[in-house]
Design a protein around this ligand. Structure first.
Ligand SMILES: [Zn+2]
Ligand SMILES: [Zn+2]
Length: 411
């Protein structure tokens, strides 16, 4: 059978993913995200959708799902953990849009209808739709993150975001034999340093900051990174606090231990960190040894408040542990040493360091993964550097899709 694919966003950028698959007169949606820039950016408007698929709940993949599932009441296939984390993220982006006076992309009613439309679905399950089956595989990216395998006459794998080495939270994604492989290419042309070494350097730095009497502030993404950092630091015996949306995601992860590599580690980490729940606790946390808090790219969340009180003492440190997308406050801080607090860029006088704790496979890991899946067609998405793969993937028919330009594949 033939299907027509079309990217509504996220083909040649990291952010606002969205793709449709046309199967006869039915159209399916795979992911529908947003870029949380100011103002936010959205993918192209989706046509009427019959079923939607969601790999995981980072905003660039899930942020706009309610605009479609709320409107069309289409079923949404995802793991239950992805759906529940997604609900938090969707409410949060609505809250931000309201606070900043941006036009609202959907309503809380849309989020409620979306949650009712979720068909919970997990690794090993198969769902039969009109002429093809869908299977889920772990993507190794964050807990509950999936790759979709669509099986018609042949098989098509859509990776979403993947990692192919084991991290503290999830095991590595395993290759799936297929004819068509849609794969993310975030790290095209770049390699990660050895992860164990990064962890060791990071722990050393935290100890150094605390030993000199400073506070280590670690702005982290709520989904995945907060929990991973908590696990890495759990045995240090310091006065450690966790703040922001990462707290609710941590609670959800604990409710779904089957999606964690080691649920005991997270449980132990939760015991070692104090949760900030009140304004008083937030004041106390400012004097702590370690604060792990959202937001990861310093565009909002309690991180900015902590920075306000920590920024002028060189004993303190801001340790960035996540991807800093273009046009974010975090990227500006790395590039210029300045950070926007209350709209004005101010100089940050405490120590600043970045650690590469990526949840994405790097260039070589992606190329190895493609070779192990052994497809005929490779579609590269979610990347600003897709051309970097062309040499290493010369044996395959590589497709670099453009926004809104449909293409057909045998599936
Ligand atoms: Zn992601
Ligand atoms: Zn992504």
């Amino acid at each position: 059978m033939k299907m027509k694919f079309r990217f509504l966003g996220g083909a040649d950028t990291v952010g606002k993913m969205g793709m449709t698959m046309e199967n006869g007169d039915e159209t399916y949606l795979v992911e529908y995200g947003m870029a949380p820039t100011k103002p936010p950016e959205y993918p192209l408007m989706a046509p009427r959708i019959k079923h939607a698929f969601l790999t995981h709940s980072h905003l660039d993949h899930c942020g706009m799902i309610p605009a479609v599932c709320g409107r069309d009441r289409c079923e949404l296939f995802s793991t239950p953990l992805t759906a529940e984390v997604g609900e938090i993220m969707m409410h949060d982006s609505l809250k931000i849009a309201k606070a900043e006076n941006y036009p609202l992309p959907y309503t809380t009613g849309d989020i409620e209808r979306t949650m009712k439309a979720v068909v919970p679905f997990t690794f090993g399950d198969t769902i039969e739709l009109n002429g093809f089956d869908t299977k889920l595989h772990s993507a190794g990216h964050v807990p509950g993150a999936t790759m979709f395998e669509f099986i018609g006459d042949t098989s098509t794998v859509y990776t979403g975001d993947i990692h192919t080495v084991r991290t503290r939270l999830v095991d590595a994604a395993r290759p799936v034999d297929c004819e068509n492989l849609f794969i993310e290419g975030t790290y095209g042309g770049r390699l990660h340093p050895d992860r164990k070494q990064v962890e060791a350097d990071f722990v050393e730095k935290v100890k150094e900051v605390v030993d000199r009497g400073g506070t280590a502030l670690i702005p982290s993404f709520a989904v995945g990174r907060t929990q991973e950092i908590m696990i890495i630091l759990k045995d240090l015996g310091f006065d450690m606090w966790v703040d922001g949306m990462g707290r609710s995601v941590t609670r959800l992860y604990s409710e779904y231990p089957e999606y964690l590599l080691n649920a005991k580690d997270l449980k132990a980490a939760k015991r070692k960190f104090n949760e900030v729940r009140t304004a008083n606790m937030r004041r106390e946390a400012r004097r702590a040894d370690v604060i792990v808090t959202t937001g990861g790219m310093l565009d909002g969340g309690p991180a900015l408040n902590y920075i306000r009180s920590l920024k002028d003492d060189p004993a303190n440190a801001i340790l960035l542990v996540g991807y800093q997308a273009e046009d974010t406050n975090g990227r500006m801080l790395m590039d210029t040493g300045l950070l926007k607090l209350d709209d004005e860029p101010v100089k940050i006088n405490c120590e600043l360091q970045k650690f590469d704790f990526s949840a994405h496979a790097d260039h070589k890991q992606l190329v190895d993964f493609v070779k192990a899946c052994d497809p005929t067609n490779v579609v590269i998405m979610h990347s600003e550097t897709r051309e970097m793969f062309l040499d290493d993937l010369a044996d395959y028919n590589v497709i670099l899709p453009s926004l809104d330009e449909p293409f057909e594949l045998d599936v």
